[in-house]
Design a binder for this molecule. Structure first.
Ligand code: MN
Length: 202
């Protein structure tokens, strides 16, 4: 079977369309440079491993496993992040449908969820993410705090919502004020799409 490499997905909106919450310059650098970097690194690692297998040579298995987890984790998280965003004028500002019900049931209210998710994102040490996840075994929503792109990540739990709190995600717009970026993030979420995605997981 012909194998493919990873590709940087195009954004479903224009580079200026998330302003004033995320500026054009911030979005261009984040998507075209940082995310592209994770895609390129992942592909290089895959190609290096394939060549080594063909040539019968060894590589540093431990280092390569770590680098692959970091770069592919970065690609997957960024892919989800761009997908869940939408220009503010199209954003409902609050969850809708079954996802809204599930958030209310598990967290008590959207306000409570928003507070917890923002606290998890705001308290990431260094670089990382907050992610809303779903456990199909118990039907519970949960919040993960992912360090870097891959540490603390619980396998198998599908991700329902993420926020990137690496400095590269907000520094041009908000400098050291991560909290302001997290507050801004709530204005540009595509809750309709997120609800459709959640329904598919049921
Ligand atoms: Mn990022």
């Amino acid at each position: 079977m012909a194998k493919e490499l990873y590709k940087l997905p195009p954004l479903k909106f224009g580079y200026v369309d998330l302003e004033p919450y995320i500026s054009e310059e911030q979005l261009r650098i984040h998507h075209d440079k940082h995310h592209q970097g994770y895609v390129n690194n992942t592909n290089s690692i895959l190609q290096m491993m394939e060549k080594a297998r063909k040539d019968g040579t060894d590589f540093d298995y431990k280092a390569v496993s770590k680098a692959l987890s970091f770069n592919l984790g970065g690609h997957v998280l960024h892919d989800f992040f761009w997908w869940e965003l939408t220009p503010a004028e199209k954003a409902s500002k609050e969850p809708v449908g079954e996802l809204a019900e599930a958030i209310k049931e598990d967290f008590g209210s959207f306000e409570r969820f928003k507070k917890e998710f923002s606290q998890v994102a705001g308290s990431v040490e260094g670089s990382g993410w907050a992610a809303l996840t779903f456990c199909d075994d118990t039907k519970r929503l949960g919040i993960m705090q992912i360090e870097k792109h891959n540490v603390n990540l619980i396998p198998h739990f599908p991700i329902l919502l993420v926020v990137d709190v690496w400095e590269h995600a907000y520094y041009l717009d908000y400098k050291n004020e991560r909290g302001k970026f997290i507050d801004a993030f709530w204005n540009i979420l595509d809750w309709e799409e997120l609800d459709k995605y959640f329904k598919k997981l049921q």
